[in-house]
Design a protein around this ligand. Structure first.
Ligand code: FAD
Ligand code: UDP
Length: 376
């Protein structure tokens, strides 16, 4: 019997699509080239700890419909992302807030903090004016005019240059606009209304969404390319778009992350899920201690070991995991050509971060799938 949909990729896009299609009475087959389901939110259990194998994932959204949807599949815990920055052994709270300003300058009131920031911003603006420019031309100028030199030099410069592999003066200003600046004592990284981690881990979310759906792992779509019409009426493709079109216009590029994961014989290594190392001389960008996403209070000590991952941001090469699209002119133009070509394939739905060559957080991925079903 033929399927209604062959879904290539069991990441959040593919499995949310499968769940909603099944509710409409459609038959789906989900395939994935990896040996497991779940795409990049898949977790591997090591020593009783859910290890985020493809990078730390924190679910956050202000969309109540999305939040209710994921919670209808699995309940979420109260994890609140509050990363700490380590600069030359001294710790600072993130995002930039009153705690950070106190740690940086000893200021204790919002007015004092504001005065300090304004003083530093004025210096940066004066320097730009001396160069005859009014708008920040790059990330360095953007950061300095947003928050001042002290924070830029200690908490932004080194981290950003490691993450993007390029100097801040060569990077676009918009990257840093994402960082919130707050004049309250609030270490919650996200401004969203809802956040958390599925209780029992992300695999529970995947399994719940795929309940009753047929799946096959270890199957690469390339082996079915000429024959998929025999299997299903329609295709949902969440793999890389350039690969789908046999790289006919050339290859898209990515940034990737290499993880060095270690099991340690201690219950609590760094006291927080995320510690950013913001100086250039430390080769990794951050250290994730996975248990803190799901274990709180005494639970941390009930589990005698811990698992940490050091993240090294690197240039992507064929065979590595493609993580972040590169937002430069070459890649944007190339991706646009592929997206145009995709529009001619009426029986294929291209979706998700690889098929769109666009960075998406998890909640917007679910919103995308909702939209497809609302328009059906
Ligand atoms: P994926 O999860 O990548 O799934 C695509 C699937 O398709 C993969 O399983 C792949 O194996 C399969 N596939 C590809 N090609 C083929 C083929 N030819 N044949 C068969 N199968 C194929 N979002 C947040 O909201 N919060 C976070 O904290 C967060 N942290 C992140 C950290 C990192 C390092 C990264 C890279 C992303 C992060 N995200 C985060 C984003 C989140 O991972 C994505 O929104 C989500 O994974 C996108 O799902 P997807 O289905 O589009 O892609
Ligand atoms: N950033 C920084 N120092 C930090 C954390 C972030 O300078 O300690 C900068 C960096 O340039 C990064 C950007 O802020 O690319 C956005 O960081 P965020 O953690 O919000 O997003 P991510 O890129 O990790 O998804």
């Amino acid at each position: 019997m033929k399927y209604d949909y062959l879904i290539v990729g069991s990441g959040l896009f593919g499995v949310t699509f499968a769940y909603l299609a099944k509710q409409k009475g459609k038959r789906c087959l989900v395939i994935d080239k990896r040996s497991h389901l779940g795409g990049n939110i898949y977790c591997e259990n090591i020593e009783g700890i859910n290890v985020h194998k493809y990078g730390a994932h924190i679910f956050h959204t202000s969309n109540k419909q999305v939040w209710d949807f994921v919670n209808s599949i699995v309940e979420f815990n109260r994890y609140t992302n509050s990363p700490v920055a380590n600069y030359k052994g001294k710790l600072y709270n993130l995002p930039f807030n009153m705690n950070t300003f106190y740690q940086m300058w000893g200021v204790t009131t919002p007015d004092e903090a504001m005065a300090k920031i304004e003083e530093q911003k004025a210096e940066a603006v004066a320097k730009m004016n001396a160069d005859g420019v009014t708008e920040p031309r790059n990330l360095e100028e953007q950061a300095k005019t947003l928050i001042g030199t002290d924070i830029y030099e200690s908490l932004i410069k080194g981290y950003t240059e490691k993450q993007w592999g390029r100097k801040c003066i060569e990077l676009p200003a918009f990257i840093i606009k994402r960082l919130p600046v707050r004049l309250v004592f609030d270490n919650n990284y996200f401004n969203d209304k809802y956040q958390g981690i599925p209780i029992g881990g992300y695999n529970k979310l995947i399994d719940g969404l795929l309940d009753g759906v047929e799946t096959r792992t270890g199957v690469d779509f390339s082996t079915l390319k000429g024959t998929w019409h025999d299997i299903a009426d329609k295709l949902v493709y969440t793999g890389a778009i350039d690969e789908y079109f046999d790289y006919c216009y050339g290859k898209l590029e990515y940034r990737t992350v290499r993880f060095e994961t270690e099991v340690l014989d201690t219950a609590n290594y760094q006291g927080n899920a995320v510690v950013n190392y913001t100086e250039r001389e430390v080769p990794y960008t951050r250290v994730i201690e996975h248990k803190h996403f799901e274990m709180f209070g005494q639970e941390v000590y009930n589990c005698p070991k811990t698992v940490i991952s050091k993240e090294y941001s690197t240039e992507w090469q064929q065979g590595m995991e493609p993580y972040y699209p590169v937002n430069d002119q070459r890649n944007n133009e190339l991706a646009e050509k592929y997206r145009e070509k995709a529009k001619n394939n009426k029986d294929v739905i291209f979706g998700g971060r690889l098929a769109e060559y666009k960075y998406y957080d998890m909640a917007p991925i679910i919103e995308q799938v909702f939209e497809i079903f609302n328009n059906k």
